[in-house]
Unconditional design. Structure first.
Length: 359
């Protein structure tokens, strides 16, 4: 195997610390062709769909990719903006804001970039760019508060695959989760309180999370437990009794059983039981995206209202709000402990010169 070099590497280059924040990804445009390309990459990941590869290849290529892209493109078109996909520009804003905060404190030897697990900008291309800037210590922060193999571990796979091709790899740290990080809990709770101040409370507050197949839980994935811990900590912070909130899971796919209770069925049951108002928040999402805006904000609202509900409100994600950026900075600083920006650049250059290396 021929390992990739660093095209802009010099032995006099100042060592830097890199912070790579990542999110799931988004198509390049709300069009069928772009959705087909994006969905093929996403749904081909064995971390996402744990089904025998040959069987899944046939299902994916002969059925799903001939049906779902057109439907998904229509959904994306309802949330697309002048800046593109909400997930993309919110993550860009988070990266820019975090970069500004950290540079104000640590100077230019901190580099903050963002990448998407699927789609653009790719993890591989962004890591290349960071290494070319002199990053020799890399901290990766997947923006998934709760650990899940389908998201967090998949991100690690992509980072490892990228570094496996490099001649010079950086020191690496990877943040697995932050589901119970105090600053995160406080930021989400404050967001809910702000909504209450402007809109009043509803009969029920629902913490709704993206679902995964139940067998992933039974096989040892901690995601389900971490979702419930986040919810419990938020309820305690907000002073809620057990009958004032509940936890549910959205976005199931296929015929097998997923984590329950299901959000859509829960909303219908609540309305049928006489609950007139609900407020939903998604503590597993760092940024608003198709799933929160269209599925939670619109589709599930219809379920509740059609079943007899009268008031339905979605409380937006933290996105690039200052409380969120401050939380991210605190989380990053906690994981940077022990790393120094000081380098042995001079010694390395002297040695390279002695050995006859050329810049």
């Amino acid at each position: 195997m021929k390992y990739q070099g660093n095209s802009s590497f010099t032995h006099k280059q100042q060592d830097k610390i890199g912070i790579l924040i990542t999110n799931l990804g988004t198509p390049d445009a709300p069009k069928k062709t772009e959705l087909k390309r994006y969905l093929r990459e996403f749904l081909s990941d064995p971390r996402v769909v744990e089904t025998p590869r040959l069987l899944w290849w046939m299902i994916l290529n002969l059925v799903i990719l001939n049906i779902r892209p057109k439907r998904s493109a229509k959904a994306y078109s309802t949330v697309w903006t002048e800046r593109g996909s909400p997930l993309l520009f919110h993550t860009q804003d988070q990266s820019d804001a975090l970069d500004k905060v950290l540079k104000q404190k640590y100077g230019e030897n901190i580099v903050v970039e963002f990448a998407m697990r699927y789609g653009s900008p790719s993890i591989d291309s962004v890591i290349d760019n960071m290494l070319n800037q002199g990053v020799r210590k890399l901290l990766v922060l997947p923006l998934y508060p709760q650990y899940c193999a389908s998201t967090t571990a998949s991100t690690f796979d992509a980072v490892a695959a990228s570094l496996a091709k490099k001649r010079l790899i950086p020191e690496l740290r990877f943040i697995n989760h932050y589901h119970d990080f105090p600053a995160y809990i406080e930021a989400v709770a404050d967001k809910i309180r702000q909504h209450w101040e402007s809109n009043g409370r509803a009969d029920k507050l629902i913490f709704t999370y993206h679902g995964i197949p139940k067998r992933y839980l039974l096989n040892g994935d901690p995601y389900h437990c971490e979702c419930y811990k986040t919810s419990r900590l938020l309820a305690e912070n907000l002073g809620l009794n057990e009958d004032e909130y509940l936890v549910s899971f959205q976005s199931r796919f296929g015929r097998e059983e997923w984590l329950q209770p299901y959000t859509d069925k829960t909303l219908i049951e609540l309305a049928q039981q006489g609950v007139k108002s609900v407020q939903l928040v998604c503590p597993g999402f760092s940024s608003d995206c198709l799933e929160t805006i269209e599925e939670i904000g619109i589709e599930n609202r219809d379920y509740f209202m059609d079943a007899g509900g009268e008031r339905y409100e979605y409380i937006p994600a933290l996105n690039a709000e200052s409380d969120h950026i401050d939380m991210m900075a605190k989380l990053v600083e906690q994981h940077l402990q022990g790393w120094s920006v000081n380098s042995d650049t001079a010694q390395r250059f002297e040695l390279a010169t002695t050995l006859g290396a050329k810049d």
